[in-house]
Design a protein around this ligand. Structure first.
Ligand code: NAD
Length: 257
């Protein structure tokens, strides 16, 4: 087994939150295939174990996982200290962790209980604020710059009924993406967002299979997304291929309007 020394992420330290499943795992695997050393931050211990096996099967670049609930400020601080010991700097940070399954994120605003909507803000927005504040100090003023990609959702645009609070959390993340890109550009940190629409992952595949016929009709490109469609866009924004792009949100949605 060898490390790909020609890939876009060769020699780069790449952190992926939510990297044990779905879009995060596709992205982590792509980074590994292109020479990166991947650190997965995720709360699911079983998925972390199998994700690490996948990454180690791709390359022996010293991939690692940290199992933690990113809604805990204390755990995020502990993780950042531990990560800094093995990797003082971070070249790429992908904020992908979220509550993403249709059931937990869906509901009419008027009747949605706080016990349902609060986690959508805590996990899908507040946790990313914590991770960013913990890891950005190790991303500033690096010789080749660094890149953050926040994984949003087209529901941040507010078009989807029954996704008010999921969409609001994602809209907060989209706004944060734009504002901090302005603050951090002079320190060599680019900050962008990828905004997926319906993409088949462990969280969504059952629901997408059930409504496939109806959903596919909404997409000019005639299919729903795959994890690799999102990973390719994330990797573009994470790599030097997008060296003069910051503060942008790229919808990856098969042309859905
Ligand atoms: N799949 C889609 O159709 C779709 C559409 C729009 C946006 N997105 C976004 O893409 C991203 C990935 O979605 P996915 O479908 O791959 O999801 P997924 O459920 O397959 O993966 C999410 C990962 O986040 C982790 N996670 C959740 N809460 C956490 C916490 N508190 N601490 C640590 N880890 C936590 C989970 O353990 C899981 O491994 C999410 O941000 C989601 O909102 C997905």
């Amino acid at each position: 087994m060898t490390v790909n020394t020609k890939g876009r992420f060769s020699g780069k330290e790449c952190v992926v939150t939510g990297g044990a499943s779905g879009i995060g795992l596709e992205t982590a695997s792509l980074f590994a295939r292109e020479g990166g050393t991947v650190t997965i931050l995720d709360m699911d211990v079983t998925r972390c174990d199998s994700a690490l096996k996948v990454l180690n099967g791709i390359s022996d670049a010293g991939h690692r996982t940290f199992v933690l609930d990113l809604t805990s400020g204390e755990k995020v601080s502990e993780m950042a200290i531990a990560l800094r010991k093995v990797s003082p700097t971070t070249d790429v940070l992908i904020n992908c962790a979220a509550i993403a399954a249709p059931g937990p994120i869906t509901g009419w605003f008027l009747t949605m209980e706080e016990s349902q909507w609060r986690p959508l803000i805590e996990v899908n927005f507040v946790a990313h604020v914590r991770v960013l504040q913990a890891l950005l100090p190790g991303m500033l003023d690096l010789p080749n710059g660094s890149s953050v990609v926040n994984v949003i959702s087209d529901s941040y645009l507010g078009y989807d009924k029954q996704l008010a609070m999921y969409g609001a959390g994602k809209a907060a993340l989209a706004s944060l993406t734009k504002t901090i890109s302005r603050e951090l550009g002079s320190k060599g940190v680019r900050v962008n967002g990828v905004s997926p629409s319906a993409t088949s992952t462990p969280s969504t595949s059952e629901w997408l299979d059930k409504y496939q016929e109806r959903i596919v009709k909404m997409y000019p490109l005639g299919r729903i997304g795959e994890g690799i469609d999102q990973a390719n866009a994330i990797a573009f924004l994470a790599s030097n291929d997008s060296a003069w792009i910051t503060g942008q949100i790229l919808s990856v949605n098969g042309g859905f309007l």
